[in-house]
Design a protein around this ligand. Structure first.
Ligand code: DC
Length: 228
């Protein structure tokens, strides 16, 4: 059983989908971490992020592993790049600022999508909830249930701002909002797999919802689907 969950940055997608997966006893996989890991690798290697060929070559070379959380520090999973734990590094603002650029390169996407399809098709008993931007449209177009979570840019920026403050990072709401709008623009206007709901996706708008309400809403949609 595959459930595809897509939506823009900070729509609540990751936390809502992770909680719903847990309630169902399904595997949860957040595909954004792979694009973030590739971006972190490029920053560390001091590669010019505008150099598509160099970014692609790097994406083909690196080994990204995503496994169950081994440390109880608030992480949903361990993200390991070439043997090094980068779970928190990939959440840094410099990654936020550049990840849209790297994830727009078609051959970088090809690498990631192939791995994601393998994960979606194997090792996902009794089911998998896969979250991203193009899961329902490209990665798992035959997923029987597709959900698209969205919220206003202001609501999403407020959530991201509060999350950064909680993590002890310096954060300014106006800057977060501007960066969010910029990332939305790049993610939805790119030529390869732009961010958009699949035609058969069920849309959940979380602007007015608390996280727990969004979880309840998504869970009831999934439970209704599984019963039918
Ligand atoms: O969900 P997130 O903010 O962690 O995603 C990070 C970036 O990766 C985001 O700017 C878009 C990109 N992404 C993508 O293009 N396709 C996916 N399936 C997941 C994320």
């Amino acid at each position: 059983m595959q459930i595809a969950v897509d939506g823009p940055a900070a729509s609540g997608k990751s936390s809502v989908a992770a909680q719903v997966a847990k309630k169902l006893g399904f595997v949860y996989f957040d595909t954004g971490v792979m694009y973030r890991a590739a971006t972190w690798a490029a920053i560390q290697a001091k590669i010019d992020l505008n150099d598509e060929a160099a970014c692609t070559a790097l994406a083909e070379k690196i080994v990204i592993e995503v496994g169950p959380a081994s440390i109880d520090d608030g992480r949903q999973a361990d993200i390991v790049l070439d043997g090094q734990d980068i779970t928190w590094e990939i959440r840094r603002p410099e990654v936020d600022a550049s990840v849209s650029r790297i994830s727009a390169y078609p051959k970088v996407r090809e690498q990631m999508v192939n791995q994601q399809r393998r994960i979606g098709e194997n090792g996902s008993t009794p089911g998998i909830v896969m979250a991203g931007r193009d899961i329902g449209t490209v990665v798992l177009p035959k997923a029987p249930l597709k959900i698209y979570l969205t919220a206003s840019a202001e609501a999403r920026a407020r959530r991201r701002h509060e999350e950064e403050l909680r993590r002890g990072q310096l954060s300014n709401y106006d800057d977060v909002l501007a960066a969010m709008k910029q990332r939305d623009h790049v993610d939805s206007s790119r030529v390869t797999s732009p961010l958009r709901p699949a035609e058969d996706a069920i849309i959940i708008n979380t602007t007015q919802l608390q996280m727990s309400q969004a979880v309840d809403k998504m869970y009831s949609i999934v439970a209704g689907f599984l019963k039918s």
